[in-house]
Design a protein around this ligand. Structure first.
Ligand SMILES: Nc1nc2c(c(=O)[nH]1)N[C@H]1C(S)=C(S)[C@@H](COP(=O)(O)O)O[C@H]1N2
Ligand SMILES: [Mo]
Length: 165
């Protein structure tokens, strides 16, 4: 056991600081890049839906400015995604399929129960329905976040997160 452990550790050291993250087996829905320690290809961390659904997360019934009735979103905590990628930074650039992007301070992930939702009302989200992933702030637990500043950071059709210093 000791030998196996030390072999794993020395392999980790030999390969530099990057730690391995399991490789996705399904379609890649999210790429995390920039200041990250855990990668599964070419300096980036790629995630499929199964990998995201295995992370710690929550379901939130939230009012949003873009729906008339409260919507139930579910997904991994944004901080769980960052931890899985070994992110070390203070700012995130969250980019969407349509090239919309928003800068989000890392505190929004660690100081709030912000999720990267992959389900809306129990269903996976098609691109037409603002999927496959959407940043959802905990407007239910923290109603003071219900402002234009956080709506702008509520990126839908998320495809990439870049971790900046
Ligand atoms: N992918 C994507 N996400 C986005 C946007 C966008 O254009 N594309 N607009 C942002 C802004 S400025 C706001 S206020 C909210 C709501 O946008 P909507 O009113 O166009 O639905 O989504 C945010 N997320
Ligand atoms: Mo906006």
């Amino acid at each position: 056991m000791r030998l196996i452990l030390s072999t794993i550790l020395s392999l980790g050291l030999l390969s530099g600081t990057a730690l391995a993250l399991d490789a996705p087996t399904g379609d890649v829905v999210l790429t995390v890049k920039g200041r990250i320690d855990n990668v599964n290809g070419d300096g980036v961390a790629r995630f499929d839906l199964d990998m995201l659904q295995a992370l710690d997360g929550r379901e939130a019934m939230v009012e949003t400015p873009w729906a008339k009735t409260p919507t139930k979103f579910a997904g991994a905590y944004l901080r769980a995604v960052l931890d899985a990628a070994g992110a070390r930074g203070t700012r995130l650039v969250v980019r969407a399929l349509n090239d919309y992007s928003a800068e989000i301070p890392v505190e929004d992930a660690y100081g709030h129960d912000t999720i990267l939702a992959d389900r809306m009302n129990g269903q996976s989200m098609s691109v037409r329905e603002k999927g496959p992933l959407m940043v959802v702030y905990p407007f239910d637990k923290a109603p003071h976040l219900y402002t234009e500043r956080y709506f702008t950071r509520s990126v839908w059709q998320v495809r990439e997160i870049e971790v900046l210093p």
